[in-house]
Design a protein around this ligand. Structure first.
Ligand code: ZN
Length: 441
């Protein structure tokens, strides 16, 4: 089994991530997160929020709506430019991205007279047409063009349209940023690679507003900050790189973009795009809305439309990268060596044997004490080896066992996930012990 199959299988087996609407046969490239998956992804989002909002005076938060005024997407260029070149097989009606066909992303394909043929059946393909990736919907009871709206394809525009309100209500001065975590939707032609490319996904975005001329300096700053964040949470250095977009790749709004890429089992893939969006968005929204979106600098007495640096990360992609990077096999043992801050469960508590009321009573007491402060689990099923095995697979950094010595001297064993070494600790000191460990990481 390849690494990716092992990850998908573990995610399903332990209920991290599984195909959506599975009892109906699933729905293409849409996934649900089960208990441990939600805990893990919430930790990813929380740690991002902590690093980028709570620890910075100059960044504030926002939670804007999924459905915006349709004019927003005209101003942003999404209605005209957010398209992929689409071709369809005339025989089997499979759809493909024309650029991917040429780049060989569907593997080696047959060509006739220099024209690519269908990778699935070898059939003839239609002429290329522009396919807009936005999901269309209708507002209110009438389905007509006047009531058409879109599910947001990025959270960024919710930030741009609120730029002035947020700046004023938070008394922000440039440079400052607005951050948002939320769902976005793109009707991808060919999604795939598990949760890497899906039609519904979650973004973690910052729009950082700066004075024109200082944009390149701030761009470098954010590249550095964002790479450090992934490394700090345990992604191996060799599996991360920064890649600059070629001129051809650049989005319509961008002056310069770098991708933070992770070495996935199928090759390098984007975790996060960090773009210099210039004043494109605010300028367009000023034009389309007729509202003044300029900024007045009180010290220099200059008025300008700010430039924007945008670190835009995928919460699902980061979660997937953390899962892959932490996967480790040690003989029969399968371990997710997740950074403890990311681990869904921090501590599991076991009575040494299941049918001893004395042990269970004390173990429950310790469990109740720890759960006031940490996300913990209690397990008294099967033998202790099996319980360790289960916790290793979901990445629990520490297991606490209550045994007969606990009844005598109130000490417990703490077993470390990565080293499997055990240590004897006083039960009443456990909260301080784990908080200290989590703090120093
Ligand atoms: Zn075909």
């Amino acid at each position: 089994m390849g690494l990716m199959e092992k990850i998908v299988s573990l995610c399903k087996r332990r209920g991290f991530i599984f195909p959506s609407s599975e009892i109906y046969g699933g729905i293409g490239s849409v996934y649900d997160y089960g208990h441990y998956g939600v805990l893990l992804k919430n930790n990813v989002k929380q740690l991002w929020w902590q690093a980028n909002v709570l620890k910075r005076e100059e960044v504030v938060g926002l939670d804007s709506a999924v459905i915006l005024h349709p004019r927003v997407w005209q101003a942003s260029g999404h209605v005209s430019s957010f398209t992929d070149p689409l071709v369809e097989c005339k025989e089997c009606h499979q759809r493909y991205r024309a650029d991917y066909l040429l780049e060989g992303k569907y593997g080696d394909i047959k060509t006739i007279d220099g024209k690519p043929r269908c990778p699935a059946c070898g059939g003839e393909l239609t002429e290329e047409k522009k396919f807009n990736l936005m999901f269309k919907t209708y507002i209110g009871a009438v389905e007509n063009t006047a009531s058409a709206a879109y599910l947001r394809p990025e959270t960024a525009q919710g930030i741009f349209v609120n730029f002035k309100t947020i700046m004023i209500t938070n008394s922000q001065k440039i440079p400052f940023g607005i951050a948002q975590i939320g769902k976005a939707f793109r009707n991808e032609i060919t999604p795939g690679n598990f949760t890497f490319r899906t039609r519904e996904f979650e973004q973690m975005e910052i729009e950082f507003f700066v004075e024109p001329g200082t944009d390149e300096k701030w761009h470098k700053y954010w590249l550095d900050e964002r790479i450090k964040w992934y490394q700090k949470l345990g992604i191996k250095k060799d599996n991360l790189r920064l890649r600059q977009h070629t001129k051809k790749e650049l989005s319509h709004y961008s002056k310069d973009t770098y991708d933070v890429e992770y070495q996935f089992p199928w090759g390098w893939g984007e975790l996060e795009g960090i773009a210099n969006r210039t004043d494109f968005d605010l300028k367009e929204h000023q034009k389309y809305s007729g509202r003044d979106l300029t900024y007045f600098d009180e010290t220099t007495k200059k008025t300008y439309i700010p430039y924007v640096i945008e670190p835009s990360a995928g919460a699902d992609r980061a979660t997937l990268a953390f899962l892959i990077d932490s996967y480790y096999e040690d003989g029969k043992r399968i371990v997710l060596q997740l950074h403890p801050q990311l681990a869904p469960i921090k501590v599991a508590i076991f009575p040494l044997v299941a049918n001893k009321p004395d042990l269970i009573r004390v173990a429950k007491k310790i469990y109740e004490m720890l759960r006031t402060q940490l996300v913990v689990a209690f397990d008294d099923r099967g033998n202790i080896g099996k319980r360790y095995y289960a916790q290793d697979e979901i990445g629990t950094p520490w297991c606490v066992t209550i045994d007969y010595d606990t009844l005598k001297d109130n000490t417990v064993t703490v077993r470390d996930r990565d080293t499997t070494k055990q240590e004897r600790v006083k039960a009443e000191a456990l909260i301080a012990y784990f908080n200290e460990k989590l703090k120093t990481l």
